[in-house]
Design a protein around this ligand. Structure first.
Ligand SMILES: NC(=O)c1ccc[n+]([C@@H]2O[C@H](COP(=O)([O-])OP(=O)(O)OC[C@H]3O[C@@H](n4cnc5c(N)ncnc54)[C@H](O)[C@@H]3O)[C@@H](O)[C@H]2O)c1
Length: 323
């Protein structure tokens, strides 16, 4: 199996590549892994350092919107696992253009190349944010898409395009929609690494609005295991939710992070709420659990403790990114 991983130098993509090459994912050992990544601000070759000497790994620096570059890389791969995206909601509020360009046009460019070259399977990594916000209960895969931020709207666009290539062209496409991830190597603009690194530096942390927004936190390792199951055994044209972490308000999460870093509430600065801030995300994971045997394995207490320890031990990784 020859696997092309877009965005493989980012947070989740690099976890996927490291684990794939280590043989710790529920999918066959790869003969070759190509990472295609533009190395935007959130892409970092240091994320691939643990596997950089693996002879099966090749790195190509390219933009998924560059049709000629993509056309050169896509042939000779059996599977594409597509992570590359602009991924930060706050940045999409400040400026939506790169989100539409990379997430929509970039995905279409990749899909076209995969179609032209007859790639075996296209795994599109999407997000639960495409469903919008839910007061009670949990979203199944049949729930209508109602994204609220430019980020989630651009992800919904790419998600629907991927499914359209299955329905129109019969391409073997599978889509995953995952909840909020946390873990090592996450760029320190996202809430958990931002709070942890600010606290480790003796600084304060900004808490949006009343802190009552609810997210389902899943360790990145469980996300990658879910993607591998879908890649291996998911049915063509199907969508699989990946979640099953722990639902917490931002205030509860902040309390856990303060405790883990030995800090008090006087280090928390309330800030004006994010525009259009989704109140609650919640995924129903019955489908992936029953069809593919997915069970999340990292509990929040253990995962958060390990994550905080990793940021303590790896200052050199994040200090230059924050600097
Ligand atoms: N982080 C989460 O909680 C979460 C949850 C569900 C789904 N997702 C999805 O998972 C994927 C990965 O998210 P992440 O958190 O690892 O993001 P990230 O920002 O850490 O990584 C994105 C990677 O894509 C690369 N990239 C960006 N634009 C590119 C382009 N035009 N061409 C080639 N490469 C490009 C970047 O250099 C980077 O390496 C995204 O598709 C995101 O929507 C993320």
């Amino acid at each position: 199996m020859r696997v092309l991983v877009t965005g493989g130098a980012g947070f989740i993509g690099s976890e996927y590549v490291r684990e794939l090459l280590h043989g710790s994912l529920p999918v066959g050992a790869p003969a070759a892994v190509t990472v295609l990544d533009k190395l935007t601000y959130s892409g970092n070759l240091a994320n691939l350092a643990p596997v950089k000497d693996d002879p099966r790994l090749r790195f190509v620096q390219a933009d998924i919107c560059d049709a000629a570059a993509v056309d050169e890389v896509v042939p000779d791969h059996d599977v594409i696992v597509h992570f590359a995206a602009e991924s930060h909601v706050d940045r999409s509020i400040a400026g939506a253009a790169p989100f539409v360009t990379t997430n929509v046009l970039g995905t279409q460019t990749l899909l076209d190349a995969a179609l032209r070259h007859g790639t075996g399977r296209f795994v599109h990594v999407s997000t639960d944010e495409v469903y919008g916000s839910i007061e009670d209960g949990s979203w199944t895969e049949e729930w209508p898409l109602a994204p609220n931020s430019p980020y989630s709207a651009s992800k919904a666009g790419s998600d629907l395009l991927a499914l359209a290539y299955h329905r129109t062209h019969g391409m073997d496409v599978v889509v995953t929609r995952c909840s909020n991830n946390y873990g090592h190597y996450q760029y320190p603009e996202k809430v958990i690494p931002l709070f942890v690194t600010n606290l480790l530096d003796g600084g304060t942390v900004p808490l949006y609005g009343d802190g009552g927004n609810i997210r389902d936190w899943l360790h990145v390792r469980d996300h990658c295991r879910g993607i591998a199951l879908v890649q291996d055994k998911g049915r063509p044209g199907e969508v699989y939710n990946i979640g099953g972490g722990t639902e917490l308000t931002n205030k509860e999460l902040t309390g856990l992070l303060l405790e883990a870093c030995g800090a008090d509430w006087d280090r928390v600065t309330p800030v004006t709420d994010r525009k259009g801030h989704d109140r609650r995300y919640s995924l129903d994971i019955t489908k992936i659990s029953q069809e593919l045997g997915y069970v999340p394995s990292v509990d929040l207490e253990t995962g958060l403790a390990r994550t905080v320890q990793w940021y303590r031990d790896n200052r050199s990784w994040w200090e230059q990114l924050k600097g």
